[in-house]
Design a protein around this ligand. Sequence first.
Ligand SMILES: Cc1cc2nc3c(=O)[nH]c(=O)nc-3n(C[C@H](O)[C@H](O)[C@H](O)COP(=O)(O)OP(=O)(O)OC[C@H]3O[C@@H](n4cnc5c(N)ncnc54)[C@H](O)[C@@H]3O)c2cc1C
Length: 487
Amino acid sequence: MALVTSISSPQLGYCSSSPPPRRPRCRRLSPAAAMATSATPRRSKEATVIVGAGVAGLATALALRRLGVGATVLEQGETLRAGGTSLTLFKNGWRVLDSIGVADELRAKYLRIQGLLPAERRMRMRSPAAGGRDLREFSFEEEAPGQEVRAVERKVLLETLASKLPAGTISFSSKLKSIAEQGPDGTLLELEDGRQILSKIVIGCDGVNSPIARWMGFSEPRYVGHMAFRGLAEYADGQPFQPKVNYIYGRGVRAGFVPVSPTKVYWFICFNRQDPGIYSQIINAMISLSTKDKKMSLADNSCHAAGVFLAGPKITDPAALKSEALDLVRGWPSDLLAVMRSTPDGAVVRTPLVDRWLWPGVSPSASRGGRVVLAGDAWHPMTPNLGQGACCALEDAVVLARRLAPAADAVGAGVEAALRAYEAERWARVFPLTARAGLVGALVQWENPAVCAARDGVVIPRLVRLGPFLEHTNFECDLLDPAPQTP
Ligand SMILES: Cc1cc2nc3c(=O)[nH]c(=O)nc-3n(C[C@H](O)[C@H](O)[C@H](O)COP(=O)(O)OP(=O)(O)OC[C@H]3O[C@@H](n4cnc5c(N)ncnc54)[C@H](O)[C@@H]3O)c2cc1C
């Protein structure tokens, strides 16, 4: 239940009839926050604010709501993120989506993947389109019974989660600018447009470049030395592939594609690039100078996002991006190339891969002052080599909601204990997984010909066992029953 009182802020909660500067759209605030506008307050109070309407933020809002706790979600964008191709969700992700009541709606739209087809990329000069030989075929049914794998469009996942929240829960165009402790009153959030929100509990779901994590003392995510291209191919008349994940391994480059729906196919390429960009050192230095205050201004976030993770020259022309991706896999199997060519230019993205290992005794706590806590990539960015980032963000959401809901109406120690219990439970899960994802990425990105030959000749065909390899997808959670009394 969002608690809003008073208070005095001229900029809170209004619609387009009387817009202040720099607000092109009607802003949606929680109903309670909207009520505060009649007194033209300078500052509002909320019980629970979630920063970031990504996977973690929306799933946390929904899980809390199902347990009877309302929250306001602040999102910097004018809308939910529209791009972002697709996310492969494993059975742990589906358990969470079941528990918060959205899984079946998504299952109806996305194909269940039956298995894996890893292939080797061999240079065949005479027949470039011939590609390499199949190394092995895995069936989930035989090797990992009960596994559920589907690739879902990120946009649709976010829309589905958001559609289950009460109207007005998400406040768009609400970019967090600064955050400061206010003693027993809570935490003060200042937005770019001047609004201020004093919140009892703040949940930082603001992603890999999280300003809140930086304020809490977390180090910058580490660039791991490889980048990813991703795209979503469209086949208006139906895509031609079996529901299997296709992997193709080269030297320092690997690619894959997976059917998403009857008309869409997701593909990716991971490639090595050692230089994380000349700007990174300059920007890192700027950030470390600017984060020394207790109240931290987050104004440097945009240059941080553009600079620290800028690996190689920035390409903004979508057609150039696609052409760079195609250059990386010239001569690779023809089905991969066909999928890439069936991708609209605007549906290709390039992302440097980063992670942050939560070393015990070194990494800061996931909560600060018993009032601010992190979830999802904001806390534990991990490389996508196990397809677990979003799955873990979903897991965080239900665990945090379960811990927090009984304490949310209390003050002080109850909330602090709940946040610590959440951290203890989740740290044991996400630290090993982050490390494992990083190590798997390092192994599969090897360029050394002897290592690649061993991978293609022995490791994949003979040693890999899918069941044990996917044990990290075991995660159980009960259904979170809807709380009818919530508005
Ligand atoms: C190449 C690649 C492939 C991946 N593939 C998979 C996969 O197959 N399966 C899987 O499970 N995971 C995958 N992931 C990981 C997954 O994308 C992330 O783990 C997931 O998106 C994390 O969700 P989040 O909500 O924590 O962060 P985000 O999705 O980044 O959401 C953060 C939100 O916070 C908002 N925000 C940020 N700053 C502010 C601010 N100052 N004020 C207000 N709002 C703010 C942002 O606009 C955004 O909406 C992949 C990642 C990459 C890079």
